[in-house]
Design a protein around this ligand. Structure first.
Ligand SMILES: O=P(O)(O)OC[C@H]1O[C@H](OP(=O)(O)OP(=O)(O)O)[C@H](O)[C@@H]1O
Ligand SMILES: NC(=O)CC[C@H](N)C(=O)O
Ligand SMILES: [Mg+2]
Length: 553
């Protein structure tokens, strides 16, 4: 999952970077690996700062002050394709046509054929293994085909429509065209979220695109609207244009956004994440009661696994009339562990992040509630911690059903073998994490918990629970390929991602018959794009892309 942002201020003399930076920090929970901002200033020039790290580490007053311009795009990254290399930090930029900046949340599933197309037909160079850079170039290539000196909204809609025909997978994107404006679009299944909001500013409006509505609330924006699946929205100084650019497909927002990814104070596709988590707790309470009775067990206390499960755990405890206690205290300076790279780091950080308070555990049958059990990293550690401080019995309840399938749409769960529920029944899962009993929400209850707040949504992407992939192109061959490339134990070898190595480019080298050429090795250190040089100025003095009234000089 990544976070994407776009901001266009009515007053072009006010720089947008500080506000984008603030907003990115509100989306930090969606990606902790890298972040970046590109702004567009006078003469359509882009100003960029991006690097590996959290928002607070990458940006400071100095770097922000060098990001000039009243519109910009921001990104926080949680890698699901390519590597963790800083060359894949976003936003991405291409100079041709017109100067485009691009931020992507999601994951493409037909990158192999797209890369071939880029190489053999479009002759565009893809310099990293990132699917987002590829997506940008598909868009750019479609835009190029207009062949125009100056383009308009219609041309962009046409290019995006063409792109949506070629590309498969999940993508919610924000883009910016030099001197023109910002735009957002969403894949035809609407798997990943993005919405827009508006704020009065003097005689005009400021506009925001964001993955989550929490950013709009915090920035004083109102009238939040989700971008519709297959829709594109373009905002220029002259106003807002919206267009359905892809034919309607099954709308299937990812249910895992509600389970884990999104902030509780966001509303996605008309559904309050907070309310849906409360409902998950209520529904799980019934299942817990049923299974406890079946096993002739009683529980003394309900303890959430901070942070995400808190909301659901409180409702569950209330419904069962059990005490709710914060038995685990979270170190607020450790981020989310699930989205950290590598099993060793995840494991180490669960211990750094959570500490069990013995007084809430000693001699008790404790019910630990988590939002989900994925690799089992968290549950294995916390069950042990609970036992170490004297719990009598440890029962784990999960607000989501067992996860037994890979995610291919923007969550880094490529390998089934890494999932603790893969090939295990409930009893075997309990034994794998060391618990006395494990209780899972049923899929029907999970869907009901979310859908009741917007019955217009007929389906959700539940592929991690069911193995049904809504884009229709994901088969066993693809899943095995993904596993061989991205499983924890395969990554180092497959992607040259060892820390400190500036792996730039992929094996697909334009013009050299698919062999890696020497150019790639030289890149990454002295090339502006893809390096971690801060507040680097891109672009030139030319005025390509200064198309309309946005032109400031
Ligand atoms: O079974 P696992 O592979 O451990 O994954 C599941 C756990 O990871 C997440 O927590 P995380 O620490 O990422 O974030 P949180 O603080 O928002 O709960 C999630 O909330 C579960 O606790
Ligand atoms: N989680 C995401 O949305 C990742 C976006 C993109 N696939 C990347 O790896 O950078
Ligand atoms: Mg958690």
């Amino acid at each position: 999952m990544c976070g994407i942002l776009g901001l266009l201020l009515h007053d072009s003399n006010v720089d947008s970077a500080a506000e984008i930076c603030e907003a990115l920090s509100l989306l930090q929970h969606r990606g902790q690996d890298a972040c970046g901002i590109v702004t567009c200033g006078p003469k359509g020039r882009f100003y960029q700062c991006k690097a590996n790290g959290m928002v607070r580490d990458v940006f400071d007053e100095n770097s922000i002050s060098r990001l000039i311009g009243g519109m910009g795009v921001g990104h926080v990254r949680y890698p699901t394709a390519g590597s963790f290399n800083n060359a894949e930090a976003q936003p991405f930029y291409v100079n041709s046509p017109y100067g485009i900046v691009f931020a992507h949340n999601g994951n493409l599933t037909n990158t192999t054929s797209l890369l071939q197309y880029m190489d053999a037909t479009a002759h565009r160079h893809i310099n990293t293994s990132s699917d987002s850079e590829l997506l940008l170039n598909i868009f750019a290539n479609n835009l190029q085909q207009t062949g125009k000196f100056r383009i308009n909204e219609e041309d962009i809609f046409t290019a995006l429509g063409g792109m949506m025909k070629q590309v498969k997978g999940a993508y919610a994107c924000v883009a910016m065209l030099a001197g023109f404006g910002i735009m957002a679009f969403r894949d035809p299944n609407g798997i990943r979220p993005v919405g827009m909001a508006v704020r009065k500013s003097g005689s005009g409006n400021d506009y925001l695109f964001s993955s989550e509505s929490v950013v709009a609330d915090a920035g004083g924006f109102g009238e939040w609207q989700d971008v519709r699946p297959g829709e594109a929205v373009i905002i220029t100084r002259s106003g807002v244009s919206r267009r359905q650019v892809a034919p309607p497909a099954t709308f299937a927002p990812d249910i895992f956004e509600y389970v884990y990814f999104a902030r509780p104070d966001s509303v996605l596709d008309g559904i309050s994440v907070y309310r849906s988590r409360m409902a998950m707790g209520d529904a799980l309470a019934d299942e817990v009661q049923r299974i406890l009775t079946e096993n002739n067990l009683t529980v003394d206390v309900v303890i959430p696994v901070p942070d995400t499960s808190r909301v659901a755990a409180l409702n569950l405890a209330q419904k069962l009339g059990l005490p709710y206690r914060e038995g685990f205290v979270k170190n607020r300076y450790v981020g989310r562990t699930f989205i950290m790279p590598g099993q060793e780091m995840r494991k180490k950080n669960v211990r750094r992040k959570l500490n069990a308070m013995a007084l809430e555990f000693v001699g008790k049958n404790v019910l630990l509630v988590d939002d989900s059990i994925v690799r089992g990293t968290t549950s294995k550690e916390i069950v042990q911690m609970a036992k170490d401080v004297g719990a009598k019995k440890v029962i784990v309840a999960s607000c989501a059903p067992p996860i037994r399938h890979s995610n291919v749409y923007g969550i880094d769960m490529p390998s089934r073998a890494e999932l603790v529920a893969y090939g295990r029944d409930t009893e075997a899962i309990a034994s794998a994490i060391g618990a006395d009993l494990v209780i899972f929400q049923t899929l029907a209850d999970l869907i009901k918990s979310v859908r009741q707040f917007n019955p217009d949504i007929m389906s959700f992407d539940c592929s991690v629970f069911t193995g049904d992939y809504v884009t229709g192109d994901v088969d066993e061959k693809y899943l095995s390929h993904l596993e061989s490339m991205r499983a924890d134990n395969a990554r180092g070898k497959a992607m040259g991602m060892s820390v400190g190595v500036q792996s730039v480019g992929n094996d697909h080298s334009n013009g050299v018959d698919g062999k890696t050429n020497g150019v790639h090795e030289q890149r990454g250190s002295d090339v502006t794009l893809g390096s971690d040089i801060r507040a680097t100025v891109n672009g030139s003095d030319d005025t390509v892309g200064l198309h309309n009234s946005w032109n400031t000089s």
